[in-house]
Design a protein around this ligand. Sequence first.
Ligand code: SF4
Length: 333
Amino acid sequence: MEICGGQTHTIMKYNIDELLPDKINLIHGPGCPVCVTPLEMIDKAIAIASREDVIFTSFGDMLRVPGSTLDLLGVKANGGDVRMVYSPLDAVKIAEENPNKKVVFFAVGFETTAPANAMAAIQAKQKGLKNFSILVSHVLVPPAIEALLDSENSKIKGFLAAGHVCTVMGFHEYIPLSKKYNIPIIVTGFEPIDILQGIYELIKQLENNRAEVFNAYGRVVSKEGNIPAQKLLSEVFEIVDRKWRGIGVIPKSGFKLKDIYSEFDAEKLFDVGEIEQQESQFCISGEILQGIKKPQECSAFGKECTPEHPLGAPMVSSEGACAAYFHYYKRIN
Ligand code: SF4
């Protein structure tokens, strides 16, 4: 299983899965932050963004993820002030420039994006901003790996771990997981040659009955990771149980703001904590994110569900597995 949707896109774009022997079956994992953000969190974002006193900011691909009735671009079309930003620090700047508005940043992502969001909260506190907040939906990779391996449906024989997550967190967290589940985990990058090296190292271990963590992305990743970034995380966030789209609640699998930063917690400030939604019965993204099914096994794939008219997040995101299969699968078949 390749953990990250970016790796899935490389595999599909360069046809790597078709070049491998039949016995090697690559399945994509839950590593697309947009895809694993639950529907209710999108609805919370939409409820906040729809307020007249709010400027809602987000990375671009969250804007098109369907909520229960519309997406954030729909809120913008209806007159809402929804803005795409490239950094949470841009949102802090917007808050400084608009003291009469409440500026909210949608903090979605894995360990990779969390340090910048922690920095935004720290900067807002230092500047004494009272009109900035963060809607936090951060998730963590190691608990998701554990949940996948605990599932009775799991057929996973090894992981290509996400190199960018390990750049921040290092790979020491994976060593006890590899030992506990007797499974090889290869820290892997995103270029075609990185993916091939990751697969090669994984197969070597499987053929030799070994199960270890191997760092195949050594030009970027160290065992300890980025210590200053980790310090930012532990200053601002604490680990909590989080709900994942289509998977459900995974214990200790996400971040929330610590109490000392709760003044920036949009969920509390706008009182949207109680919104609950059920996922669409037609979208099988939960099974796709767990590697149980592949996108083309969804009856809506390429028919009712396309990147122009997505029914689920995996068809929207630039890291989504359904989008990757849609863009490249048809070309090769
Ligand atoms: S193809 Fe569309 S409807 Fe089917 S699982 Fe993917 S996102 Fe959901």
